[in-house]
Design a protein around this ligand. Structure first.
Ligand code: NAD
Ligand code: ZN
Ligand code: ZN
Length: 236
């Protein structure tokens, strides 16, 4: 694992401090004028960052109080990455809070509805109940894990195998599941899917998470990209 950097170093790595603040713009984090001090001056203290300091993210150029970005970072899982609150551009490698478990892959020859010309990839996710860590909503409290192992299906063609490779990256970065409240059951402190859709039915579609679905592979590629998992990750 990468050693997490000091929060202020992370802020300085991805934002360039501006000499003069844009006069009329607001900070999207604290909603104060960029020309006024950060609205988080009382809640968050910087060793090297002053309440008046304003910076611009290096790729998307969106500007915020540096102290506001520091407060946002301190409030997250502090993995060394930042995500622009305005346009969602990711800086560094975003990781999630998925509890420990297993991802297993196998293939078989039976086809999925809508993918008659190839076999099927099966992914089995296994996660057990445990105690929440500092990265979870209620550290020290137990979390449950319902419906595991969860079985998921992809067509065993070129695009399906690409999605599989990206899902392996997402698994390693702890992005597939999170601990939270299930929107299906309302149960809190439980392991839930995290914004990367999976097909959990193979030859039925009772839940709506089955086949056929001609847009599924493109949709999941877009969801992976929104978490910073793209083909570029496979070339590293
Ligand atoms: P959730 O209800 O909080 O929903 C999070 C996301 O997962 C949403 O985007 C939702 O659309 C999607 N989702 C909901 N049900 C799904 C399903 N059956 N298959 C694939 N995606 C689904 O997430 P959750 O609480 O993790 O899952 C929803 C329910 O599905 C839970 O009750 C879980 O036990 C059950 N489930 C059971 C199995 C099983 O093999 N028994 C497999 C998957 C899900
Ligand atoms: Zn601000
Ligand atoms: Zn941005």
């Amino acid at each position: 694992a990468v050693t997490p950097s000091e929060p202020e170093q992370v802020v300085r790595k991805y934002l360039e401090e501006l000499r003069g603040a844009p006069a009329d713009e607001d900070c999207m984090i604290c909603m104060e004028k960029l020309a006024s001090p950060s609205g988080y001056s009382d809640a968050c203290e910087g060793k090297t960052i002053k309440p008046e300091a304003v910076g611009q993210l290096t790729k998307c150029q969106h500007a915020f109080h540096l102290l506001c970005v520091l407060a946002m970072y301190a409030n997250g899982n502090q993995d060394g990455s930042l995500q622009c609150p305005s346009c969602k551009t990711i800086y560094g490698e975003k990781t999630g809070t998925q509890p420990k478990g297993k991802m297993e892959v196998s293939t078989f020859t039976q086809s999925l509805p809508g993918h008659q010309d190839c076999g099927t990839i099966q992914i089995v996710y296994s996660i057990s109940r445990g105690i929440q860590g500092p990265e979870h909503p209620n550290p020290g409290m137990p979390y449950t894990a319902r419906g595991f192992p969860r079985y998921c299906y992809l067509p065993d063609n070129e695009k399906g195998r690409k999605v599989l490779d990206l899902l392996r990256v997402a698994w390693k970065r702890r992005l597939i599941f999170t601990v939270g409240t299930s929107s299906t059951t309302g149960e809190s402190n439980t392991v839930v899917w995290n914004e990367i859709h999976h097909k959990t039915e193979m030859d039925t579609n009772l839940s709506g998470h089955g086949y056929p679905d001609p847009n599924y592979l493109d949709n999941v590629l877009a969801e992976l990209a929104a978490q910073g998992v793209t083909e570029a990750c496979l070339r590293q």
